[in-house]
Design a protein around this ligand. Structure first.
Ligand code: PBG
Length: 318
């Protein structure tokens, strides 16, 4: 490259039109997925303190929200459920009349254009809040696999277009793939034991009753291990790989992007969103600019698809 003054990089920054021509990364709404939380009851919209703009919604209200999202141009949602009751095994997860299954049937009927993706995990349904069943105080990997596969199958039966296992048991993608040969599986392949899930656990009521998730979710210090997780999940039949959280893991997103040719997803998690919301509410930064910069960074790192709580607002910003 020729040195200054032959080269002057400011030339292409002189106007918004020039900057736009030089822009390498763009945000397109159809690369974004909006998380939604279904709860029992009717007429319920229960906001969560830690996650401004996000609420638990009963199925009727969820349908309304989904219709609004569709009108705004949002094409995909990721569904979570808060069940009526919890038990040791998390049986609400695969109940054919469970909260997510009811939400799916209603959304399938009332918002037919929307792509419905479900989070497959037991933590919202177990009384102890762990992502699998317990044996002797430990999460039992192999016994959990069948329950996850049953959960995924019940989601598809109720109308899910794709399933996204987030539990981090070894072998779960293979178990789900065996049960559902034709369903897209978006694997939360590189999911870290992150401190940034705090507000989510408030909205999903899924904080572990004891201990933490470090016995199954990944150590945030590791990136080579993330690539091994990804390779295994692809071997087991995953269609897309997800990295989670997103902003603390931009290097992981980049590494996964470079190693694998499948679609790469990233989850811009609750804590990443809540931090910006809180700083903006305190007057320390401008939310929209900070959100757009965050989402652009995740796309620039190599994510094809971003799951983000900003998706609805993004529809208005773009
Ligand atoms: C379920 C699950 C979690 C998130 C997505 N799926 C919580 C967890 O693993 O504790 C977190 C999402 C977020 O923070 O926005 N296992």
């Amino acid at each position: 490259m020729a040195a200054f003054p032959t080269t002057r990089l400011r030339r292409l920054r002189r106007s918004e039109a020039l900057r736009s021509l030089a822009r390498e990364t763009r945000l397109e709404l159809d690369r974004f997925v909006m998380p939604l939380f279904a709860c029992p009851g009717e007429g319920i919209v229960r906001p969560v303190a830690g996650l401004p703009g996000i609420a638990q919604r009963s199925v009727d209200e969820l349908v309304r929200e989904a219709e609004e999202l569709a009108r705004l141009g949002v094409r995909s949602v990721l569904l979570f459920g808060i069940p009526e009751g919890k038990d040791e095994e998390g049986s609400g997860a695969w109940d054919e009349d469970g909260i997510v299954q009811r939400a799916l049937r209603a959304l399938r009927a009332e918002a037919p254009g929307l792509t419905l993706i479900t989070d497959v995990c037991l933590c919202e349904y177990t009384s102890h809040g762990h992502c699998g069943v317990l044996r002797d105080g430990e999460v039992a990997n192999d016994e959990t696999l069948d329950l996850l596969a049953r959960t995924a199958a019940s989601h598809v039966e109720a109308g899910a277009d794709a399933v996204a296992p987030s539990d981090m048991m070894d072998g779960r993608v293979g178990a789900i793939r065996a049960a559902l040969p034709e369903t897209p599986v978006v694997s939360y392949a590189a999911k870290y034991a992150s401190a940034f899930y705090g507000p989510f656990r408030e909205v999903a009521e899924s904080a572990p009753a004891f201990g933490d998730r470090r016995g199954y979710q990944m150590d945030p210090a590791n990136v080579r291990e993330a690539l091994r997780e990804c390779a295994l999940d692809l071997d087991e039949g995953a269609d897309a790989l997800m990295v989670k959280p997103a902003l603390p893991c931009l290097d992981v997103i980049r590494a996964v992007r470079e190693r694998f040719d499948c679609p790469v997803w990233a989850y811009n998690v609750s804590g990443e969103y809540a931090m910006v919301k809180a700083a903006a509410a305190a007057g320390h930064l401008e939310e929209r600019a900070a959100a757009l910069e965050s989402l652009t960074a995740i796309r620039r790192a190599g994510a094809d698809v971003v799951v983000s709580y900003w998706t609805k607002e993004l529809a208005g910003w773009l």
